[in-house]
Design a binder for this molecule. Structure first.
Ligand code: GCU
Length: 433
């Protein structure tokens, strides 16, 4: 009870503080004419001014310094992988989705010790097949929100309240089953020969600012350490680290081919999938759905959500060093096109929605466009064709024939069947044998 109360006060206090601080953040801009003057960091010039001329220069010098800058200044440094992962089957249905799929949930240990931390992965995979390619993702509302299949366990961890959907007292109720199913077309995914693997992101780190007392962070403190250092991992990096642990687990299974896993995420979890994909090159394909600020959108444009705003509303997402760039984006040694470039030459797909101006669709396209030369240096066709197009494609006209995919679709901030259709078309070209 004491713990509950103190949790309640921590959350209430952080909401109150965030509300007050937010009032001091300048109004978002949506007008291109108001974008502050800026120049993007050149992918082909090292921080000390040395030019990058070859693929080897990129691989051995430029990419490592870019990744180091993203880790130190923005997402925070993550701990190394544990030496092994342990896992335990929780439930299995050999006739899920009307008989076409096998559904399983497995607990994966993230941290051992007196009170171990586990995350629970839900997998739907085509029945009678082994070694299938997969989409690995985190979800916002618990595995049970992804499908109304009553065999899926109801997640008991902390959840953000949303009483209209049945999330009350920071818990999921039975009413929340299947509430996010429109974002997770499991049947369509299985029909196309892929597995869908998903984990509740709060299993890894609950998404509120409590000074990193809960979730995975505290397990990695040094002896006597009580607080993260300014260059240590925020929540996004922790969620990404959890995705890598899920991949460690998939490497131990026969049902999924771990060398053909696409990491996918929406919104804050799209920021996460990009950081996971850049940090762990075992991910064969990377997908960002409406990831916006801190994801695919260029920071220097300041359209919609800005660095100042995101650091104020969500102080736990990035490392503390990132605060240095509030109202000061031009001082950032990197921008988000370099995050996309760090994924090269592996395929990456960036998707925007035209009504989601908060996430700056044009800024997301420009990241892809400015990463294109790196993809080409590494021997791929980047955005496709002999020369990349400079303009964002028309709404609902996906660019999906190259190694960088991009679309901006009709509608709002969401994940739709249209999005999934493009991802699977893209994955068919890159992940199918
Ligand atoms: C907020 C936040 C975004 C984030 C989004 C989400 O809108 O400002 O940065 O992408 O939440 O994750 O739903």
């Amino acid at each position: 009870m004491r713990r509950c109360l103190s949790h309640f006060f921590t959350i209430t206090l952080s909401i109150w503080t965030a509300g007050n601080l937010l009032a001091q953040v300048p109004k978002p801009i949506y007008n291109e004419a108001k974008i502050p003057p800026h120049e993007l960091p050149d992918p082909f010039v090292q921080f000390d001014g040395t030019p990058v001329k070859t693929a080897t220069d990129w691989r051995t010098k430029r990419r490592p310094e870019i990744m180091e800058a993203f880790a130190r200044e923005m997402y925070g440094r993550s701990p190394k992988a544990p030496s092994h992962v342990t896992s335990k089957l929780v439930n299995r249905d050999k006739n899920a989705l009307g008989g076409k799929a096998v559904r399983e949930e497995i607990d994966i240990t993230l941290a051992d010790g007196e009170s171990p931390l586990t995350m629970r992965i839900l997998i739907f995979r085509p029945k009678g097949k082994e070694n299938v390619p997969a989409f690995l993702t985190l979800n916002f509302g618990g595995n049970h929100s992804v499908s109304s299949d009553p065999g899926i366990s109801l997640n008991k961890n902390w959840m953000r309240n949303r009483s209209d959907r049945g999330y009350v007292d920071n818990k999921a109720t039975e009413k929340t089953r299947g509430t996010a199913a429109s974002r997770w077309p499991a049947e369509m995914i299985v029909d196309r020969g892929y597995a869908l693997a998903t984990i509740y992101y709060g299993d890894i780190d609950p998404d509120f600012d409590d000074g990193f007392k809960n979730g995975i962070h505290a397990y990695h403190y040094d002896k006597g350490q009580e607080k993260l250092r300014p260059d240590q991992w925020g929540s996004i990096a922790a969620w990404a680290w959890g995705l890598s642990r899920a991949l460690d687990f998939l490497e131990t299974t026969k049902s999924v081919d771990a060398s053909r896993v696409a990491v996918f995420g929406h919104s804050r979890l799209g920021k996460t999938s990009l950081w996971a994909g850049a940090s762990d090159d075992r991910f064969a394909l990377v997908i960002s759905n409406d990831s916006g600020c801190g994801g695919a959108a260029l920071n220097r444009r300041r359209i919609g959500e800005s660095v100042t705003r995101i650091n104020t509303s969500f102080p736990h997402w990035f490392c503390d060093n990132f605060v240095k760039y509030n109202h000061n984006e031009n001082a950032l040694p990197v921008d988000q096109h370099l995050l996309i470039a760090a994924i090269a030459p592996r395929p990456v797909y960036i998707a925007s929605a035209i009504e989601d101006q908060w996430a700056d669709p044009k800024g997301e396209f420009l990241s892809a466009r400015n990463a294109d030369p790196v993809y080409r240096l590494l021997g791929t066709d980047g955005l496709g064709g002999k020369k990349p197009q400079d303009e964002s494609p028309a709404v609902d006209h996906a660019l999906k024939t190259g190694t960088i995919g991009y679309h901006v679709r009709t509608g709002k901030h969401d994940v739709t069947d249209y999005d999934w259709t493009q991802y699977m078309d893209f994955a068919d070209r890159h992940l199918k044998k």
